[in-house]
Design a protein around this ligand. Structure first.
Ligand code: ARG
Length: 401
């Protein structure tokens, strides 16, 4: 099944890990094809020259390194910030967001070298295969898609065996976790994390310290937003990549950004996922808070209850290319025009509070809100308002008695 697909030039999305290293060899043997490898830099903490070396050792015809950090921030993460992108309320979508961009780059290389197929290392149990395949079908319907790990039926141990037999560079036989990281989040899966009842071991974390190792004094961050996007921290203008790196650093040092999530996977089962995403968590809270100050209650409800969760579902579910995604963003854009201002966030031993906010477009009126002076409805106005406001509910209650 699927084996009969022929291909002579294949472009493989290459992470440098065991699966994709084995895939280089496996693809060239299976199809007698030339395999080109592409590593897309979306901010993962990897040694890219070592990855290139591994690609060639495993038999790549040509390796491409593409630095896409800035594009990732500006075309993907920026949207997640504006759309408060959190799948099921907790997962900031780092892995999900990077996939369509990686595919875009792989397809670009496929065009450049005149390939007839693209390939990726995802298995048939994960979400990433769906994201990869759908985006590739949308961008390049003529290219074949090959996912060796869905075909070869090797266990991890058999892959290691295969690698050794073919003299491939391995070295991660004893890896405890499966990790995918980029600028926006670090996803940690597998090993001891597969027991959802057990607390994640400390060695699962890398970006964040545990709360008891955080500084004795709180850290304050004043984040400035322009039209829904962060542009400065503590008075210092920064472009998005550096701003996110900075927040990851400060957040992580204050134990902020650890996420333990029971997640509904796209492929039919629940999984326990652990993430580190200090910048994403800080920006989510700060941005949403500023929206609360600025948007009308109707805009706010529509955005937070409808637009934002719909957007996160599409991105998680591999449907980055779905037309509804851009329609949701367009609707949000209309409101984000006013999401300009400053939010003050306090970080302390793993906790995060928004402790202040201001905006030239803020809907807050001291005159209206102050209890000690200013506007008060009359007793008659208040009674009339309450009478009409409660009419639907009270009518229904009477009928149902
Ligand atoms: N559960 C997350 C997602 O579906 C993270 C997946 C991590 N992917 C990986 N290949 N390790 O987006």
């Amino acid at each position: 099944m699927g084996h009969e697909i022929g291909a002579s030039k294949i472009v493989l999305a290459y992470s440098g890990g065991l699966d994709t290293t084995v895939a280089i060899k496996w693809l060239s043997e299976k199809f007698g094809a030339e395999v080109y490898t592409v590593t897309v830099d979306v901010g993962q903490e990897d040694d890219f020259s070592r990855i290139e070396e591994r690609a060639y050792k495993a038999g790549a015809r040509q390796h491409f390194y593409i630095d896409a950090r800035r594009e990732f921030a500006e075309r993907y993460i920026a949207k997640a910030i504006v759309m408060n992108g959190m799948y099921e309320g907790l997962y900031p979508l780092g892995t999900a967001l990077a996939r369509p961009l990686i595919v875009e780059k792989v397809v670009e290389v496929a065009r450049r070298v005149g390939a007839d197929a693209v390939a990726h290392g995802s298995t048939s149990k994960g979400n990433d295969q769906v994201r990869f395949d759908i985006t590739a079908k949308a961008l390049a319907p003529d290219l074949k898609i090959i996912a060796p790990a869905r075909i070869w039926g090797m266990t991890r141990a058999e892959e290691v065996e295969y690698a050794k037999r073919h003299g491939l560079p391995v070295g991660e036989e004893h890896k405890k976790y499966s990790i995918d990281d980029n600028l926006w989040s670090r996803s940690i899966e597998g090993g001891p994390l597969d027991d959802p009842a057990a607390e994640p071991p400390e060695d699962a974390f890398k970006w964040t310290v545990p709360p008891d190792k955080a500084p004795a004094e709180p850290a304050y961050l004043t984040i400035e937003f322009e039209r829904g996007l962060p542009v400065a921290v503590n008075g210092e203008k920064m472009e998005l990549v550096s701003l996110i790196s900075f927040l990851n650093h400060v957040g992580g040092a204050n134990a902020v950004g650890r996420i333990d999530h029971i997640e509904n996977r796209l492929v039919g089962f629940k999984s326990r996922e652990v993430y580190e995403a200090p910048a994403a968590v800080i920006l989510y809270h700060a941005h949403r808070d500023l929206e609360k100050l600025v948007l009308t209650p109707r805009e706010l409800r529509f955005k937070h209850y409808v637009l934002d969760p719909q957007w996160a579902d599409l991105v998680y579910q591999g449907l980055w290319v779905e037309p509804l995604r851009t329609a949701l963003e367009k609707a949000a854009e209309e409101m984000e025009k006013w999401v300009t201002g400053e939010v003050k966030v306090k970080l302390y031993k793993g906790a995060l509070w928004v402790v202040g906010r201001e905006s030239p477009y803020g809907g807050y009126s001291h005159e209206l809100a102050d209890y000690s002076r200013g506007w008060y409805p009359t007793d008659e106005e208040a009674r009339g308002f309450i009478e009409i406001w409660s009419l639907h509910s009270l009518t229904a209650l009477r009928r149902r008695k």
